[in-house]
Design a protein around this ligand. Structure first.
Ligand SMILES: NC(=O)NCCC(=O)O
Ligand SMILES: [Zn+2]
Ligand SMILES: [Zn+2]
Length: 485
């Protein structure tokens, strides 16, 4: 059974060109002119792009005394409807450790996912068991480990733990990821504002000023450098954090930065809304920032100092948010965006000229696949690549509304935003899984786990360089030593 996508313009990260795409089974068989297949997908007037990859989601994540309400079933269906064909979700180990948690995540995902999925593992403490388990986790196809510098008393790790874990990552060919906020300062500021009677959602933003993110980002980068590993900073939201990343990259360090679609387009004024529910629904860490920070993030994407746009989709219902009615520190942290990342980025990025269509593909798919070591299986339109493709129609539009979304959450932080540019069709491993106007049902159980091999090149390059430049004892002959001391 073959499919041919005809009459479209292929938009890859490096170029745009007109050609047909022939799909046989789950992969791309050929790219060329006048290709024939059993089924024809019409891409007239549309762009054909690699399916989006969201490198940062938390589906059904147990967090802050509750569980994120977006399920694997609803979340991955929402992703496909917005052109995202692969989600990479964070496994949070409990008492039973990393491998047991991975089994839990795999069970939930394999039963429910309509799209493909992959995992990052979180390191939330440090012991011989962590050290040992990390190798087994890498053996199961996970090459990224996330560290939280915030959430004191819960997920947070200290510098010594992070340094040990980063060294372990380096020796395993894995990439450390970091949630970079100074957790000690956040905890102190939270107590200060609460004690002053400032209990509303705006307190969340006040207790996480840009400097706490800038400081932690810089510290994480320095620790990574000392450990001899590249590092990936998740949800980069400020100029201070971006500056630290830029500076490090200029020095030759392999540091990656990931802005979220929320931080690029929504600002801190949301927390000052009169309606408590409205403001609380937007509580996430880091919080939304001002326009100057947004400009910095957009500039980073076009200049290449920031590489990736994600969502950090961690969606709680309004009822769940109300846990923090009298105490903003108890509002579950997280917002949604899986369904809207690509259309909002296209509208606010490409339609405004901030990004080219090729840059759009780079930051939503190709760069992510390269950084996560799954290129060109994912993130590419090449013979042999998985046929994860989006036929993107720049003329289709809609107004984002919770009432019509695929997500099961009772609100949408992008409510009322008018987008132009939507998937006409989404294909996942050759299968047509979304057609505009048809409201395709989820297909739980069709999504497959995407295993990711350890990194060879960057780790080897860094370890060779570290060895060449390692501190060495100076060998001194007797005649250069003090006598009689
Ligand atoms: N970002 C957020 O507020 N919630 C999800 C957990 C995290 O990534 O920090
Ligand atoms: Zn985080
Ligand atoms: Zn997150």
């Amino acid at each position: 059974m073959s499919t041919v996508i005809k009459n479209g313009t292929i938009v890859a990260a490096d170029r745009s060109y007109e050609a047909d795409i022939l799909i046989e089974g789950e992969t791309i068989a050929a790219i060329g002119v006048d290709l024939k297949g059993d089924t024809v997908v019409d891409a007239e007037g549309a762009y054909v792009m690699p399916g989006g990859i969201d490198p940062h989601t938390h589906l059904e994540m147990p967090f802050m005394g509750t569980t994120a309400a977006e399920t694997w079933e609803s979340g991955t269906a929402a992703a496909l409807s917005g052109g995202t064909t692969l989600v990479v979700d964070f496994v949070i180990p409990g008492e039973a450790g990393m491998l047991a948690a991975l089994d839990d995540w795999e069970a939930k995902a394999s039963r429910q996912a309509s799209s493909d999925y992959s995992f990052h593992m979180c390191v939330t403490g440090w012991s011989k068991n962590h050290f040992d388990e990390m190798e087994k986790v890498v053996g199961k196809g996970i090459n990224t480990f996330k560290h939280f510098m915030a959430y004191k008393g819960a997920l947070m790790v200290n510098d010594d733990e992070m340094f040990a874990s980063f060294q372990r990552c380096a020796s395993l060919g894995a990439l450390p990821l970091v949630h970079a906020e100074n957790g000690d300062i956040v905890a102190a500021l939270q107590q200060k504002y609460l004690s002053e009677g400032l209990t509303g959602p705006e307190g969340h933003a006040y207790s996480r000023p840009p400097e706490v993110e800038g400081e932690a980002t810089n510290r994480a980068i320095m620790i990574a450098d000392a450990a001899g590993t590249p590092v990936y900073i998740v949800h980069t939201s400020t100029e201070q954090a971006h500056e630290a990343i830029r500076r490090a990259r200029q020095k030759g360090m392999r540091v990656y930065g990931e802005p979220l679609i929320q931080h690029l387009t929504l600002d801190e004024s949301e927390y000052f809304n009169q309606d408590w529910d409205y403001a609380a629904r937007r509580v996430m860490s880091p919080p939304f920032r001002n326009k100057a920070h947004q400009d910095s993030l957009w500039a980073g994407l076009s200049a290449g100092s920031l590489q990736v746009v994600a969502t950090d989709h961690c969606a709680f219902t309004t009822d769940q948010k109300r846990t923090g009615l009298n105490d903003f520190t108890r509002i579950p942290n997280g917002t949604g965006g899986l369904e809207d990342r690509m259309p909002v980025l296209w509208t606010r990025g490409v339609e405004t000229g901030r990004l080219t269509p090729n840059e759009f593909v780079a930051v939503t798919s190709t760069n992510i696949a390269q950084i996560l070591n799954i290129y060109p299986q994912k993130g590419a339109i090449l013979p042999g690549s998985d046929a994860d493709l989006v036929v993107w129609d720049p003329k289709l539009g809609k107004t984002i509304a919770a009432a019509t979304q695929k997500s099961i959450i009772d609100y949408n932080v992008f409510e009322g935003v008018e987008v132009r540019g939507l998937p006409r069709y989404t294909l996942s491993r050759g299968e047509l899984v979304w057609q505009h106007g048809k409201n395709d049902a989820p297909r739980p159980g069709r999504g497959k786990h995407v295993a990711r091999k350890p990194f060879a090149a960057a780790s080897k390059a860094l370890s060779v360089w570290k060895e060449i430049t390692a501190p060495r004892a100076v060998t001194r002959s007797a005649q250069h030593m003090p006598i009689g001391v």
